[in-house]
Design a protein around this ligand. Structure first.
Ligand SMILES: Nc1ncnc2c1ncn2[C@@H]1O[C@H](COP(=O)(O)OP(=O)(O)OP(=O)(O)O)[C@@H](O)[C@H]1O
Length: 232
């Protein structure tokens, strides 16, 4: 589903990604781990089509992203550090705006269903500027899945969320996994990795350091393994 071939990103004289090669199959759920500054967000942004690589190639569903990026972007839902929401708009207005961008016909019912799922029905006509971080993130996940993407790219989605928001976010992610959506999540949160992902890729200094299955593994095992990689 995702093939990242020798992805290199240079900004100024800094080489942020030094050749990331990764293949992620349809329906996999993969954690991208690594220390601050390792290049996780940069790789996710390139995969979401928000940044161009300096070198390397990206294939989504077997097609070259460079050649077909407008169509392939429709297959991707991205939840990053910025919510991309308009704070003077209400949740309904925000989602209606994004539905138009995705050319969704008659999105009304879907918007109300999604707002219900993320627990924002009561606030759906309130401007987003009055929302807490948790409420914004819940609306941002609804925005990211509005067009039923086949790939969900999540950049530290749990950071700064209260328990209720974490639970709602995880319910949405689990539903998407059951529907066969490919989930890729950059995070520092090991318990969340264990509840969401079946594979972990460790990135260090712009390179893939390790790639492990999480089947039959515990959070303690992952933590020990990660610490061993960090000192090598
Ligand atoms: N636009 C930019 N200009 C210059 N340097 C940048 C830019 N974007 C990222 N970097 C640098 O690239 C490196 C990788 O950043 P990135 O955000 O991808 O790391 P990360 O692994 O996601 O880190 P974190 O866990 O802290 O989010 C960092 O050293 C960062 O300062």
């Amino acid at each position: 589903m995702i093939q990242s071939k020798n992805m290199i990103k240079t900004i100024g004289d800094k080489m942020i990604l030094k050749g990331i090669s990764l293949e992620i199959d349809g329906g996999e759920s993969v954690a991208v781990l690594g220390p601050n500054g390792a290049g996780k967000s940069t790789w996710l942004k390139i995969t979401a089509g928000l940044l161009k690589p300096t070198e390397g190639e990206l294939f989504i569903a077997g097609k070259s992203f460079k050649k077909d990026h407008l169509n392939l972007k429709q297959l991707i839902g991205y939840l990053g550090h910025q919510s991309f929401l308009y704070d003077h708009y209400t949740p309904v207005e925000n989602l209606t705006f994004f539905a138009k961008l995705y050319h969704l016909p008659d999105p009304g019912d879907k918007i109300h269903r999604l707002l219900d799922e993320v627990g924002l029905s009561f606030f759906k006509h309130e401007p987003v500027r009055s929302f807490s971080r948790g409420m914004i993130q819940r609306l941002a996940i609804a925005r990211a899945i509005l067009h039923d993407p086949e790939i969900l790219l999540l950049d530290e989605p749990h950071t700064g969320l209260d328990q209720q928001a974490v639970q709602i976010l995880n319910q949405v992610i689990q539903r998407k996994k059951k529907e066969g959506v490919t989930v890729v999540m950059a995070t520092h949160d090991f318990p969340q990795v264990m509840s969401v992902c079946d594979r972990a890729v460790i990135i260090k200094a712009g390179r893939v350091k390790d790639d492990v299955s999480l089947q039959q593994k515990t959070a303690d095992w992952l933590y020990d393994h990660y610490e061993r990689q960090a000192v090598q």
